[in-house]
Write a protein that binds this ligand. Structure first.
Ligand SMILES: NC(=O)c1ccc[n+]([C@@H]2O[C@H](COP(=O)([O-])OP(=O)(O)OC[C@H]3O[C@@H](n4cnc5c(N)ncnc54)[C@H](OP(=O)(O)O)[C@@H]3O)[C@@H](O)[C@H]2O)c1
Length: 330
């Protein structure tokens, strides 16, 4: 079977190779074997290949934080999963044609779910949900500001906020996505810039913004912090700029704004396994209902991983790059 290995840390398209490896074999007691149908290339996967992600395993290593799979075989002691069932894998190393994992790490999802969307279920929808849930007790009518609003997480934040009656100021770096984000339910879309806080204040009519969500980091984080109201909270959850988050003393000390961080693994670890499953069942339904949808830029076969990685690192895309390790989705 085919698997993606990185043999060094560096430019993803240079260090990632599609290699032939032995099959995973049959499932043992409590194990499940599934075929990987699709996986996205997320910013964290790119960082993993570069060696700048929080996990830096010894090499060779297989990337891949998420995927959707179809169960090929279930071992003894596995209840509720049968060949043909769709699953998402809560563990990593998913850039491969086939996985053998512990049954408890395989979360079943409804049959009939759009497979490409299901491949992107594990990380970004849950991240958006927990960003809105875990830091500020928000009530309908409250304002939230976020950057990278055009990202998959950003779009899910817009949709989930809308469903809760929250209002969003969405910060982007290009104007051509404004209409699309408005159609998703964005109340305000602003292009980032030095006067962001002033324009955000005008857009909300002076109503305080209670939560700021930042995944650009660096000076962009400072602008988000300057945009939230006194006593507001800024959550840093990514760094598309590669910089560390900045915050001004006036926001921090004078206005009582606080800066905190978010990581999905930590967010899920605070919840029971039953609650985590409940979250994913709910998010899967929201995908099925069309409430949550991440646009897709392109599909690649696993052999073309280098081209897929080059495309995934190009800005201005309209969606995710997905890899199909076992051929076209059906
Ligand atoms: N902490 C966690 O647990 C967690 C979980 C999931 C995701 N994340 C983070 O969330 C962020 C979004 O992930 P995603 O998968 O939703 O991303 P995505 O769909 O791949 O989109 C990436 C976005 O980043 C924007 N961007 C790229 N470089 C930028 C820069 N230098 N300055 C400003 N914007 C830039 C792109 O803008 P254009 O469209 O204009 O190119 C695009 O909107 C990433 O930083 C990711 O690491 C964190």
């Amino acid at each position: 079977m085919k698997r993606i290995d990185i043999t060094a840390y560096g430019a993803p398209q240079e260090v990632a190779n599609c290699v032939e490896v032995p099959d995973v074999g049959t499932p043992g007691q409590g194990e499940v074997v599934f075929d990987v149908l699709a996986f996205p290339i997320n910013p964290a996967d790119v960082s993993f290949c570069r060696g700048s992600y929080r996990l830096r395993p010894s090499l060779p290593a297989t990337p891949g934080a998420e995927c959707v799979g179809r169960v090929a075989a279930a071992g003894a002691g596995i209840a509720g999963l049968r060949p043909g069932d769709l699953v998402v894998n809560m563990q990593r190393e998913n850039w491969v044609q086939r996985r053998r994992i512990r049954g408890e790490d395989a979360i079943p999802i409804p049959s009939g779910l759009d497979l490409a969307q299901a491949a992107m279920l594990r990380i970004n929808p849950a991240t958006a949900q927990l960003l809105l849930e875990d830091h500020v007790a928000l009530s309908p009518g409250d304002w939230v500001i976020q950057d990278v609003a055009n990202s998959a997480v950003g779009r899910h934040v817009i949709a989930l906020a809308k469903a809760r009656g929250l209002r969003t100021v969405n910060v982007v770096r290009r104007d051509d996505v404004t209409a699309e984000l408005r159609a998703l339910g964005a109340d305000v879309v602003l292009k980032d810039g030095p006067d962001l806080a002033e324009r955000a204040r005008t857009a909300t009519g002076g109503a305080p913004i209670r939560l700021g969500i930042d995944a650009v980091s660096g000076e962009a984080c400072r602008r988000i912090a300057d945009s939230v109201g006194d006593g507001g909270v800024v959550v840093s959850y990514g760094s598309m700029s590669g910089e560390d988050p900045a915050i001004g003393r006036a926001a921090l000390n004078t206005r009582g704004v606080s800066l905190t961080g978010f990581n999905l693994g930590r967010g899920l670890a605070k919840r029971t396994p039953a609650k985590v499953r409940e979250i994913y069942v709910d998010l899967a339904h929201k995908i099925g209902d069309g409430v949550l949808k991440a646009p897709i830029d392109s599909f690649y076969p696993i052999e073309d991983i280098k081209a897929a990685l080059i495309r995934a690192q190009q800005g201005g895309r309209n969606g995710k790059v997905l890899v199909l390790p076992n051929g076209p989705l059906q």
